[in-house]
Design a protein around this ligand. Structure first.
Ligand SMILES: [Mg+2]
Length: 373
């Protein structure tokens, strides 16, 4: 029987240092402490705590399946504990993503972002965890398309017989809360028609068409749709499997050799260039950005992250590499160009998206000043 293992990445902005900048050490230590205890108690098999900008990220490996109450409660309690510390330290936006007060069995819809994937372990199972700050789940649409549907990105789509038949994309309509599955290459144009609008349509899962093997899973939370008002961007996470009839690790990373534009950045209200960075640069600065993404490479082995002899998980900081220097340089150049535009579109998001920001409050104040033209 193949081993069934679940990868859960649950993230939350519980408060950050010096504005929406970075997660300070005391909060990361709380994350580490809570997950280490859970590992000892047998709730999870292994873990890794890191941060993407101001978001605390909990990577947990276990055998309890997706949407498991105990796993979600562990994440929720850890975030509560970290938020308490953030309040004690008067960190910025302490507890900002914890939108509900009482845990109701699943953190989905309560503020934290969740990407989960239950896999049947293959002979070797390379995994990439992507985590971004100052953007939203639709930020993965473009790279997911490149990785799993674009033969100019993924050579395997052309030359690997195990990939013949292509991949199926499950797309969420985040406004109507409906989903649709489209298969590539046959329905590629329809797919682009939808996911080319990343603020509404979000790639939630990707599966290999011929056998339904799960290949990618993203977080699809829309905080503004939960809270009914702007409460920060839904900084996303994604889990991608690589190799053996799936895109190679390098094919999952090559879309990030160039910067591309995503929604988010300052006050979640601007287009910004995505900058792939190593963990040491996972902190947002200029105009609260530019939006950043980290990528961690690991192997799943017997229900755990493959670890060294001391039990330390073997994690590779994939964007900590000169191969992404050009993308970083481009991101800075694009950022400077956009900022020259100030608060004029297209630097600022279109007015339909601004409805979910703090702008309507300002418009409300001006309402009575408008006279018939
Ligand atoms: Mg954030």
């Amino acid at each position: 029987m193949p081993e069934k293992t679940t990868i859960s990445v649950i993230k939350c902005d519980v408060g950050s240092l010096a504005g929406h900048h970075t997660v300070p050490k005391p909060l990361l230590e709380i994350g580490e402490e809570c997950l280490r205890k859970a590992e000892k108690e047998g709730i999870i098999n292994s873990h890794y705590v890191f941060h993407a900008g101001d978001d605390l990220e909990l990577l947990m490996i276990h055998e309890r399946g997706e949407s498991n109450r105990e796993i979600h409660k562990l994440a929720w309690d850890t975030f509560q504990k970290a938020a308490k510390k953030a309040r004690d330290l008067k960190l910025y936006g302490a507890g900002q993503d914890l939108l509900k007060t009482a845990f109701s069995g699943n953190v989905r819809g309560m503020g934290p972002g969740v990407a989960e994937m239950e896999i049947e372990e293959r002979g070797s199972d390379p995994i990439v965890i992507f985590a971004a700050d100052k953007t939203e789940p639709g930020a993965f649409n473009y790279p997911m398309f490149r990785i799993f549907a674009d033969p100019t990105n993924t050579a395997g789509l052309i030359i690997d017989p195990d990939m013949a038949g292509g991949f199926k994309f499950e797309v969420l309509d985040s406004i109507k809360n409906k989903k649709i599955t489209l298969k590539c290459p046959e329905e590629m144009y329809e797919l682009i028609a939808l996911i080319g609008s990343p603020s509404r349509y979000i790639v939630a899962h990707v599966r290999r068409a011929r056998d339904n093997l799960i290949c990618a899973s993203t977080s699809t939370t829309k905080l503004s749709l939960i809270a009914g008002k702007y409460v920060g961007k839904d900084d996303p996470v994604a889990i991608v499997r690589a190799q053996h009839g799936l895109p190679a690790l390098g094919e999952t990373l090559v879309p990030f050799m160039h910067s591309y534009f995503v929604e988010g950045w300052m006050r979640g209200s601007h287009w910004g260039p995505l900058m792939p960075v190593g963990l040491k640069d996972s902190k947002c600065t200029a105009f609260d950005g530019p939006p950043r993404m980290v990528a961690l490479g690991l192997q799943i082995a017997h229900g755990k992250i493959a670890s060294d002899d001391h039990g330390n998980p073997l994690i590779s900081d994939l964007f900590d590499d000169p191969a992404f220097d050009l993308a970083r340089r481009e991101a800075v150049e694009y950022a400077v160009t956009l900022r020259r535009m100030g608060e004029f579109e297209p630097a600022r998001l279109g007015s339909n998206i601004m409805e979910y920001t703090t702008l309507p409050k300002l418009l409300e104040r001006l309402k009575d000043k408008f006279k018939p033209a």
